[in-house]
Write a protein that binds this ligand. Structure first.
Ligand SMILES: Nc1ncnc2c1ncn2[C@@H]1O[C@H](COP(=O)(O)OP(=O)(O)OP(=O)(O)O)[C@@H](O)[C@H]1O
Length: 262
């Protein structure tokens, strides 16, 4: 990152507790603008919770974060700059795919001409044109996922949070998704990408963060993570992931509850 450039995402000791459960624990990290950040972690590590905090859908118990240069406390300032594909995309069964995207564009105040052009080009890219006038209730999981992704990036946000973007996609659509993510990053969009599909992260991510029990247990460029600290020997991203999450899981009976963390 050039000196003085504002990171796309900055967090400082971000913590979220649900009762006795600490879902995110003292998370401090920076994500450079215009990069793809692969956010990994086992089930229940706190990835979705982190994304919900950064997209202003839930408030941290403590700690701070800035997204696209704005504090997450200022929801109105942050939301125009972000897009979010959650695990279950917010779409209406009774609308057609095209209507849903027009609705999403309207919520973002996109001028009609820009909206139409972008919707048509993304529908074509994801091979959805033929189905665009069918109601979403008849869509497959993959088709719904495509609509969810398109609406997350339609307004060309500076930071897009994508939770399992290739979920439910067939191999061809998954490839289109990976190419689209790479294109968006080339156009300076920052992509915060959470997925369990490690080859996708290996292919796309400039930097990777591994969360385990709410804590960031490893961070770095893919090649650095794959290089064994002791010997420098290369290993697969999967091996690296399993090792860092195992090391940090050893001796624990599960997610730290406040009582046992003391
Ligand atoms: N609304 C909530 N109320 C209570 N506990 C919650 C809530 N949301 C998340 N948690 C807990 O916080 C922890 C982190 O959950 P989170 O969904 O963030 O994990 P994740 O890394 O996204 O997991 P996965 O890969 O399975 O989607 C889990 O122990 C979960 O049970």
């Amino acid at each position: 990152m050039s000196p003085g450039e504002t990171p796309a995402i900055e967090t400082e000791a971000l913590t979220k507790r649900y009762g006795e459960t600490t879902a995110v624990s003292g998370l401090t990290m920076d994500v450079e603008s215009g990069t793809v950040y692969g956010f990994l972690g086992p089930n229940g590590a706190g990835k979705t919770t982190t994304m919900r905090i950064l997209t202003t859908l839930t408030r941290p118990t403590s700690g701070t974060a800035r997204v696209a240069g704005h504090s997450i406390d200022d929801r109105e300032a942050v939301t125009p700059h972000i897009g979010y594909l959650p695990e279950e995309p917010p779409i209406y069964d009774e609308l057609t795919g095209r209507e849903q995207l027009e609705y999403a564009a309207g919520l973002r105040d996109l001028p009609d001409a820009d909206a139409t052009e972008r919707i048509e080009s993304l529908l074509e890219r994801f091979d959805l044109l033929e189905d665009a006038n069918r109601r979403i209730e008849g869509y497959s999981k993959g088709m719904r996922q495509k609509v969810g992704v398109i609406q997350a990036v339609l307004h060309e946000p500076s930071v897009a949070f994508l939770d399992e973007p290739t979920s439910g996609l067939d191999p061809r659509a998954a490839r289109t998704m990976r190419e689209t993510i790479a294109d968006l990053a080339d156009r300076e969009m920052t992509i915060f990408l959470s997925t369990h599909i490690l080859p996708v992260v290996d292919e796309l991510a400039d930097e990777i963060g591994v969360l385990h029990d709410g804590e960031l247990v490893a961070q770095g460029e893919p090649e650095a993570l794959k290089s064994r600290a002791e010997t420098g020997e290369a290993r697969s991203l999967e091996e690296a992931f399993l090792e860092v999450t195992q090391e940090h899981g050893e001796g624990e009976t599960g997610r730290s509850a406040e009582a046992s963390a003391e």
